[in-house]
Design a protein around this ligand. Structure first.
Ligand code: GCB
Length: 671
């Protein structure tokens, strides 16, 4: 990606300084490990919420060193007083909002600002209300000030961070609360994902001070405030975190819980678990324990049961005294009861074999880039269910909590991937990178540990796992992940040769990507059966672990036709899929436990000679219209679901021709 903005000796210094800032912060975080909970902000009788989405003021720092904002301390006064600002929507990526190619490809610090008035009752200086500012995600390095005071610094996109701002806002009631964010999208060899800045110093070929950011991943590196920013309140003594795990037998389930409270040592906790009708099915007390649920409704994946995604609601009530004042906090957590086990040939959910027939996705759309968009989210879930997809991988980074909530609700099974994509350079396997990666896994697990839809963690996509340091790297990373969450299997997604992969010994499930007759033997569909069969057999012989085909696919330009099939036509994409499917059908009787198409929808990438306005391997266009391949996959997924599911006979008896609306409506009405 070319950054057309100038950057001279000063600029180089400043960019290097950014790297140092980021590295220092990563070091601090690693040493400290992640502290505190990161409960999704929900309203309750003791908690209020204010959404800060909408138009924010914005300025990209185009100064030669990208450092004018810090030198002139833009955070000390309203942004409009230090120079021109433009309107910027939040949540959204900033890249595609204007017509300015320099902003589209901008690398460095950008500044956002919002002024908000808070309700009077939040501002009473009696130490009883805690006001928290929370960002669902911002890419990638964030520094946040409130009324000119720095409140939080966070490294990494995709995951939430927050700050207690009570003391700052309660000190000046009646004054608008000014939130200033400086955001930097520079990637280094030690960030996740990694990247590097390359200065082009040949004056005969490049303008003065020219640099580019190089990355080794295949999606446009959108940046901005991508997810909701909210202010929420809690009492000053509050429920900080809840961890829930579940086990079940035929007629009874156990819900193990652990709760942490912050603000006082003297508190009591009471819990009640309600079913979807609101009936209390179990009660408990104290910070840790077990709830017994007789005749439980288990959480089942979509198409595996007539009522998928069943969730109970765990209401946690905390009562305490703080400075003689009684305090009460209430938080309600949705809970799905389900178990996950892996054998040498199967993936079991609630003891039943589960076959992943799903997709890989991206958070990506016209104009808003990676910004959260409710209309797009709901459309995508409707398409997933239309397709008969029961699962997806969050390729190649954690998706919004709002998306994960719908996975829980609809029973869409998730392989939850961290942003470990494009880890290719030896420098990215050193201790500094590893420490940061461990912290990112801590943040991800802290966020998603209670989600029944999440059945496996993926710690990386296509790292250079053939490099010798990958052995120690993945051994440590996977052990750490398992120590944080012993209840879920762990994987990473490999495209390394089975005989050379140093990370594979440590995973529970082999996830393998391959593009036969696309990137290799281009145009030769006939090689697929042989090569894919050999791939599966080699991996299985070496590891005796179940295998997921975690990516396969072909680009197709919608409306481009060719018979016999030629690359980039819709016919070729369909034919390639079918060749893969015939091998999957043989091997899923043995140890292949899933197939995830690359990709659900076309998505934007960097410009390059193999990309025509982005990656076109979607079975839907970027605007979510089906290509021919979508119908091939839909017929297949419904067929597989009907073969193996416990759906009622009425649904099973319908062929995929009939499911256009009827069955999805029926299933949806059951949810
Ligand atoms: C891969 C990557 C994915 C790419 C895809 C492709 O192996 O994991 O990020 O987009 O191939 O289309 O090249």
């Amino acid at each position: 990606m070319a950054a057309a903005a100038p950057c001279g000796a000063v600029g180089q210094c400043r960019l290097q300084l950014l790297v140092l800032v980021a590295a220092a912060a990563a070091g601090r975080a690693a040493a400290a490990t992640v502290r505190g909970g990161m409960l999704y902000p929900r309203e309750s009788p003791s908690r209020e919420l204010k959404e800060l989405g909408g138009i924010w003021s914005f300025r990209a720092d185009f100064s030669p060193g990208r450092d004018a904002g810090f030198e002139q301390r833009w955070y000390r006064q309203p942004l409009r007083q230090t120079g021109p600002v433009i309107d910027m929507p939040v949540p959204a990526s900033f890249n595609d909002i204007t017509q300015d190619p320099h902003l589209e490809n901008y690398i460095g610090w950008v500044w956002y600002e919002k002024e908000v008035l808070l309700p009077q009752r939040w501002l009473q200086d009696d130490f009883s209300t805690r006001v928290v500012l929370r960002f669902g995600s911002a890419h990638y390095y964030s520094i946040v000030w409130v009324n000119g005071v720095q409140v939080v610094e966070h490294e990494g996109g995709h995951l939430p961070f927050e700050a207690d701002i009570s003391r700052i806002v309660q000190r000046s009631p009646g004054v608008p609360c000014r939130i200033t964010v400086a955001l930097n999208n520079t990637l280094t060899l030690h960030t996740l994902p990694p990247g590097s800045i390359q200065y082009m110093n040949d004056k005969t070929r490049y303008p003065k001070n020219y640099f580019v950011q190089n990355t080794r991943f295949d999606f446009f590196n959108y940046a901005g405030i991508h997810r909701p920013v909210v202010l929420y309140t809690t009492p000053s003594v509050y429920i900080d975190d809840i961890t829930v795990t579940t086990t079940s037998s035929e007629s009874v389930a156990m819900v193990q819980y652990q709760i942490s409270v912050v603000g006082s040592e003297l508190y009591s906790l009471s819990l009640s678990l309600r079913d979807q009708e609101g009936k209390v099915v179990a009660t408990g007390s104290g910070p840790a324990g077990e709830l017994k649920v007789p005749n439980p409704n288990l959480w089942w994946p979509y198409l595996m049961h007539e009522s998928p995604g069943y969730r109970y609601f765990l209401e946690v009530k905390m009562q305490a005294q703080a400075s003689g004042v009684p305090q009460e906090d209430i938080y309600t957590l949705p809970v799905g009861i389900r178990t996950v086990h892996v054998t040498s040939t199967q993936f079991l959910i609630n003891g039943k074999p589960f076959y992943f027939h799903g997709v890989n996705k991206h958070e990506d759309a016209d104009i808003r880039g990676k910004g959260l968009d409710w209309a797009l989210i709901v459309k995508d879930f409707n398409l997933l269910r239309w397709l008969g997809a029961n699962s997806f991988r969050t390729s190649h980074y954690p998706y919004a909590e709002e998306i994960m909530d719908l996975c829980d609700t609809y029973g869409i099974v998730v392989i939850d991937e961290c942003p470990g994509v494009g880890i290719k350079m030896p420098e990215s396997f050193g201790n500094k990178s590893l420490q940061h990666h461990l912290v990112v896994m801590e943040e991800l697990i802290r966020r998603d540990k209670n989600r029944p839809s999440v059945v496996m963690w993926s710690v990386a996509n296509e790292p250079a796992s053939e490099l010798p340091p990958a052995a120690y790297y993945f051994k440590t990373l996977i052990a750490h992940t398992k120590a944080l969450d012993p209840s879920r299997p762990v994987t990473f997604v490999s495209d390394t040769n089975y005989a050379l992969d140093h990370g594979a010994p440590y995973v529970d499930v082999i996830c393998v990507n391959s593009y036969f007759s696309w990137y290799h033997d281009s145009g030769h569909l006939e090689v697929i059966p042989l090569q894919l069969t050999a791939q599966f057999e080699n991996w299985y012989k070496t590891y005796q672990k179940p295998i997921i085909q975690s990516e396969y696919g072909a680009d197709s330009v919608p409306g481009l036709h060719s018979d016999p099939p030629a690359m980039f036509s819709e016919e070729y994409q369909k034919a390639l899929l079918k060749e893969y499917h015939s091998v999957f059908d043989k091997k899923r009787k043995e140890y292949v436990i899933g197939e995830l198409i690359w990709n659900f929808a076309d998505f934007m990438t960097n410009q390059g000679v193999t990309r025509v306005l982005g990656n076109k391997k979607g079975i839907f266009t970027r605007q979510r219209q089906p290509k021919s391949a979508a119908f091939v996959l839909r017929e297949r997924y419904w067929k597989i679901a009907n073969e193996s599911s416990c759906l009622p006979p009425i649904i099973k008896s319908l062929s995929s021709q009939h499911v256009v609306h009827g069955i999805t409506d029926y299933i949806i009405s059951l949810v």
